[in-house]
Design a binder for this molecule. Structure first.
Ligand code: CP
Length: 325
């Protein structure tokens, strides 16, 4: 069993969530469990598989949703989460990631890590003897996309097959995890992304066998109108991610015409809705009218971060033998 103690305080085996592809096999079950945890919470029921468990949360960048959902999710599950800012840790004064990983593994049962660089995420996972969960890096945002797939599953009556998601904007970390997540669960995916901002070839190469197995396509085009044709949902993300502020002017020029507006939604399938992982820059990648209107699933996505994070925590942090649910 993952993370089972050998008696020496070292997990016999641990798994990390650095990419959504790491949970390709378990993803459908994880989404079903997230839905169940959501239902139980609404009924006032709180299973506590994380009783006497602790989760470290290292955030190199700001966060509203990810930090809150992991903290409250850990509490819901009976555990304790500790927020660690690198500026207040020895990590910020030069202690190595490897040493930090080894020390934190002696206290905590999992480490949630938001980093600027995916290499740092991999380094922490390499040295930690407890699971490392990627809370966003420059390559992927797997926890966000688990919540997004939960949202789509709800909207589409638990059926992904036969549906298409369009993505408009930057081929960034969220887009990368969406490409992989859609290929894994079998959602047709079409993205409109300007030249120079496309997803890395290895993400597309990783997605290809999953898409082929599911019988869906992963297409990258230039024209947003082409991408939204036949789409049941239209997703966008900020044009300037955290850490890319120096590129703001260049990006705002490159992404002109890539806004999600009511007129763009009109070109998608009837009933199509907008999605955004937030925070949004209203008036740039998405209009006020779409965000505040009825054709969106944005606030459901934000809520579902909590339920998705709980399912992820429960999966990656197995209960102590003495715990009861
Ligand atoms: N979507 C998302 O990751 O939000 P935060 O940056 O607020 O965590």
């Amino acid at each position: 069993m993952m993370g089972t103690s050998t008696g020496a305080g070292t997990p016999a085996k641990k798994r990390d969530l650095l990419s959504i592809a790491a949970i390709a096999t378990e993803l459908p079950g994880l989404l079903a469990r997230a839905e169940e945890l959501k239902r139980l919470r609404a009924a006032g029921q709180f299973p506590t598989p994380l009783r006497n468990r602790s989760v470290a949360m290292i955030f190199e960048k700001p966060s509203t949703r990810t930090r809150s959902s992991f903290e409250i999710g850990t509490q819901d599950l009976g555990g304790h989460a500790v927020y660690l800012s690198p500026s207040e840790m020895q990590l910020g004064r030069g202690e190595t990631i490897a040493d930090t990983a080894r020390v934190l593994s002696r206290y905590y049962d999992a480490i949630v890590y938001r980093s600027f660089r995916w290499q740092d995420e991999a380094e922490l996972a390499r040295w930690a003897s407890v699971p490392v969960i990627n809370a966003l890096d420059d390559r992927e945002h797997p926890c966000q996309v688990v919540a997004d797939l939960l949202t789509l599953r709800e909207r589409w009556n638990r059926r992904f097959a036969g549906h298409r998601l369009a993505y408009i904007g930057d081929g960034d970390n969220v887009c990368n995890s969406l490409i992989l997540g859609c290929a894994i669960v079998g959602i047709d995916f079409a993205a409109a992304i300007p030249e120079g901002f496309r997803p890395p070839p290895d993400i597309l190469a990783t997605a290809a066998p999953f898409a082929q197995r599911a019988g869906v396509a992963t297409r990258i085009v230039l024209d947003p109108k082409e991408a939204v044709q036949g789409a049941d949902a239209v997703y966008t993300d900020v044009w300037v991610s955290m850490g890319e502020e120096a590129e703001t002017a260049r990006r705002q020029v490159a992404f002109q015409g890539y806004s999600v507006t009511d007129s763009l939604l009109d070109l998608a399938n009837p009933g199509a809705f907008a999605m955004h992982d937030l925070p949004a820059h209203r008036g740039l990648e998405i209009t006020d009218a779409v965000m505040d209107g009825t054709r969106q699933a944005i606030w459901d996505q934000a809520e579902n971060r909590l339920h998705a994070q709980k399912a992820i925590l429960e999966f990656f942090v197995p209960p102590r033998p003495s715990s009861t649910s």
